[in-house]
Design a binder for this molecule. Structure first.
Ligand code: PGA
Length: 220
């Protein structure tokens, strides 16, 4: 059975109270048969610490990640959260999401800096691309193909096209895993993860509901 990464991207949603409600509900599920699946939750920075404590205490098979990382090491960078700080709480970081590229002007150079500093600090980047042409910095092992037209629209790419694009990404770059992201639901997840070249999914909207997110994991 191939390894699958099932990643929740909570974006700018969930207060501490809501996050604890989410994880408490999620922890009721039976994870025993999900050995080949790496479950990764990427919440806002503000709830990482509380979730980390809960996951450790309840021995849940859930890994944590951040949705962003400072391109700088610790220092006088007001408002930034650096890789060393994130690594204390989680193992992954989403880098290059189209929302950050478009809303915050993150360019290839800055994304490369973020990837480098994440890797130096032992974080695994989940690097988002919108298609084959997006440049992927060296050292990235996990990529998420997320076509902009599919993000938050309820109109996912076709599994066939996603598999083709992911095949090309793997051909051109030396990346190990490529996930699909964009309007993934419990109903359509299997059509993506059953494709030979797709190594998992990055889930936005549907990951905010713990029942739906567990169904996505189960159905993948
Ligand atoms: P969506 O978002 O699942 O809500 O389409 C995916 C993403 O932006 O990572």
């Amino acid at each position: 059975m191939k390894k699958l990464f099932i990643v929740a991207n909570w974006k700018s949603y969930e207060t501490n109270f809501e996050a604890i409600q989410w994880i408490a509900k999620f922890s009721d599920y039976n994870f025993a048969t999900l050995n080949n699946k790496e479950i990764i939750v990427c919440p806002p920075f503000t709830v990482l610490s509380e979730l980390a404590t809960y996951i450790r205490k309840n021995k849940l098979p859930v890994r944590l990640g951040a949705q962003n990382v400072s391109p700088f090491p610790k220092g006088a960078h007001t408002g930034e959260v650096n890789a060393e700080e994130i690594k204390v709480l989680g193992d992954y970081v989403i880098i290059g999401h189209s929302e950050r590229r478009n809303e915050f002007g993150e360019d290839d150079e800055m994304l490369k800096q973020k990837v480098n500093i994440a890797i130096e600090n032992g974080l695994m980047p989940i690097f988002c691309v919108q298609g084959v042409e997006t440049c992927i910095p060296e050292g990235v092992e996990i990529v998420a193909y997320e076509p902009v037209f599919a993000i938050g629209t309820g109109k996912p790419d076709t599994p066939e096209n996603a598999n083709d694009v992911i095949g090309k990404i793997k051909e051109i770059n030396s990346v190990e895993y490529v996930l699909y992201g964009g309007s993934v639901t419990p109903e359509n997840v299997d059509s993506f993860t059953s494709k030979k070249l797709i190594d998992g999914v990055l889930v936005g909207g549907a990951s905010l509901d713990p029942d739906k997110f567990f169904k996505i994991i189960e159905n993948s």
